[in-house]
Ligand binder design. Structure first.
Ligand SMILES: O=P(O)(O)OC[C@H]1O[C@](O)(CO)[C@@H](O)[C@@H]1O
Length: 613
């Protein structure tokens, strides 16, 4: 008998303690291939010039022609297509993507349509029709482009407020009420998805070694993960600024993180409201809570900025400023990139080049995955950041005309050269279902710190060699790649890269005619999670009724399901019981979890109030 009892009770009052305690096998089983329908399909089938990116579809396959392997022709292609942004010190090389001139020509009308769509979006059109919203993340770094004065003021006022607040925290003009340190030393950021990924990426990329405030994240409703963060803070909880970030202000994981952190503050005898900051939409649940409880500060999230494009709003800027990162430089980098990516000449527009390459490489239907490989440790989280930006934006069931298209572009990656010793083997020789984006950083170390670990060769030279070796080795086996090169990882270049990919996603979405700015698919999981919790409450009510009887009536899973009027949910009921039993709830389960039919359950304490409610 597994006898498990603990603190849990269905409600908090009047507890009466109890004495008792199909057969087709494909080489690519997970991949869906479509009939050729895109310009890419047509042009590839007719072009011998560059290697085909997809070897499993007969229309696109064929022996690699000698042309693309000719180093001089490849060099010419490199030079012809190389994009450089001088002020940003950023280069984009698309020469190892095999698009043809014919393809570029055929794409031109689509590209022009996409440029127009982006122009309309920037002018304030309802670019997110489902949610009837404008899409204005580009205005955040160029407020003069907002469609009205009010939005411009809102952006500028918020930016000033962020800078002033960060300055006051760093200089200890604003102090935590009861910390011996006499100043804030830590940030605990609570948020998820777009309310975490940008700040996490930027902290890893740009925070100095000794930032004025160090940052930690709670980005899940995993109690052990939360406990770990709180435990790591230890006594420094007293000097921790807690920033709760949620655009909607009602995301359950974030709410739970907040409640857990507030409990940790109570347990430590600290006043949370003097250390709490909210970043959320005006009048959201979070905003109202922060206002009523008198938190230290509140910053707005704008209706027209989506979570995954919010890095240049208060969501990304406040944590960055508090870590001593130059946020005006981030904004300047993004603004410069925005300017460049407004060009309607494809080869002069790096975002358009990226979108066109994605379209070519994935047939405009996401038939290949994008592996993002930054060769720089500080850019480790770029692929994770891009994963949400790209996949939540492009992974859509319906297009803008309501046709079922199941669009998307899978993104994954970690960092080079580390991945050389993990999955590059498969990329080079295994299933050909991807293209790579290399992110190269020219500056290895700050000036004056380098040394040669063998004659003529530094540690950074090895990293450089690994990158270019991998790029060549992949290409020689017809694996396509894009390379983005920046001189250094700086606030300016990071801002530019964020802007580059935001725009590339926008253009690509227009090319494939989908709404990049909503996320209806996420709702299904959220709804199902809510249903599980509702079922758990019904199970507890049923168990409470049976456990308040004299003598107590242990119930089988079938009986519980029956009394919940949910016989079809028996498997979920079993999982609920198993989870509660493993977590010291006031639950007594007899029998073995391994043979669910033998299990009988009752509560170790019954709640009379709930019974008669
Ligand atoms: O900022 P919020 O409203 O808490 O949302 C967090 C995340 O949840 C989503 O809405 C859906 O997963 C994301 O788009 C968003 O970034």
């Amino acid at each position: 008998m597994a006898s498990i009892s603990g603190a849990f009770s269905p409600s908090s009052t009047l507890l009466r303690p109890r004495r008792h305690q199909s057969g087709v096998i494909s080489a690519f089983p997970l991949r869906r291939f479509r009939q050729p329908q895109s310009i890419a399909d047509l042009s590839r089938s007719s072009s011998p010039s560059y290697p085909s990116s997809s070897s499993n579809n007969s229309l696109k396959s064929g022996p690699a022609s000698p042309v693309e392997k000719d180093p001089i022709k490849l060099w010419n292609r490199y030079v012809d297509w190389l994009y450089q942004h001088k002020d940003l010190g950023l280069f984009l090389d698309v020469s190892r993507i095999g698009f043809t001139d014919e393809f570029v020509e055929k794409m031109e009308p689509k590209m022009q349509k996409a440029f127009n769509a982006m122009k309309e979006l920037e002018k304030g059109a309802i670019a997110n029709p489902d949610e009837s919203r404008m899409v204005g993340h580009y205005w955040l770094r160029s407020p003069h482009l907002t469609p009205n004065r009010y939005l411009k003021d809102q952006i500028e006022r918020t930016l000033d407020k962020i800078c002033e607040f960060a300055e006051a925290i760093i200089s200890a003009k604003i102090k935590p009420p009861s910390s011996p340190a006499g100043r804030f030393t830590q940030i605990l950021s609570v948020g998820i998805g777009g309310s975490a990924l940008g700040p996490q990426f930027v902290a890893e990329a740009l925070a100095p070694d000794n930032p004025p405030l160090k940052i930690r994240f709670i980005d899940n409703t995993d109690p052990a993960g939360i406990d770990h963060q709180v435990a790591q803070l230890g006594p420094e909880l007293a000097s921790t600024l807690v920033i709760v970030i949620s655009k909607s202000g009602g995301t359950p994981e974030t709410r739970n993180g907040l409640l857990e952190v507030q409990k940790a503050f109570r347990d430590a005898g600290l006043n949370f409201s003097k250390q709490g900051v909210a970043i959320t939409q005006e009048n959201s649940l979070l905003d109202n809570t922060a206002r009523i409880e008198g938190w230290l500060a509140r910053f707005p999230m704008f209706d027209w900025v989506g979570g995954r494009t919010s890095e240049m709003s208060a969501v990304g800027l406040l944590p960055a400023a508090l870590q001593g990162i130059d946020i005006r430089e981030m904004l300047a980098g993004a603004a410069l990139m925005d300017e460049a990516t407004r060009s309607t000449v494809v080869r002069n527009n790096p975002a358009a080049l990226l979108a066109m390459c994605w379209y070519w490489a994935s047939d405009g239907v996401g038939s290949k995955d994008m592996v993002v490989l930054p060769y720089k440790d500080s850019l480790l989280l770029f692929s994770r950041y891009l994963q949400q930006l790209v996949m939540e934006s492009l992974g859509k069931e319906l297009d803008l005309d309501g046709n079922r298209v199941n669009q998307g572009l899978t993104v994954y990656g970690n960092k080079g050269s580390t991945d050389q010793h993990a999955y590059i083997q498969q990329l080079r020789e295994g299933v050909h279902n991807f293209f790579v984006t290399f992110i190269e950083v020219l500056r290895d170390r700050p000036p004056g710190h380098d040394w040669e670990l063998e004659p003529g060769v530094t540690c950074g030279d090895y990293l450089f060699g690994m990158l270019h070796g991998t790029r060549s080795a992949l290409y020689s086996n017809d694996r396509e790649s894009i390379s983005v090169t920046v001189e250094e990882v700086t606030p300016r270049s990071v801002g530019a890269m964020v802007a580059l990919y935001e725009r590339a996603v926008g253009i690509y979405a227009a090319l494939v005619n989908i709404n990049a700015y909503h996320q209806p698919g996420v709702e299904a999981g959220k709804k199902a999670a809510g249903e599980v919790l509702a079922l758990q409450k019904r199970v507890l009510t049923v168990l409470n009724e049976a456990s308040c009887k004299e003598p107590v009536e242990p119930l089988t899973l079938d009986e519980i399901a029956d009394r919940c009027h949910a016989p079809e949910e028996i498997e979920m009921i079993y999982k609920i019981i198993q989870h509660m039993a493993a977590n010291d709830r006031a639950l007594i389960a007899e029998g073995s979890c391994g043979s669910p039919r033998s299990v009988k359950v009752f509560l170790g304490e019954c709640n009379i109030d709930e019974l008669y409610a």
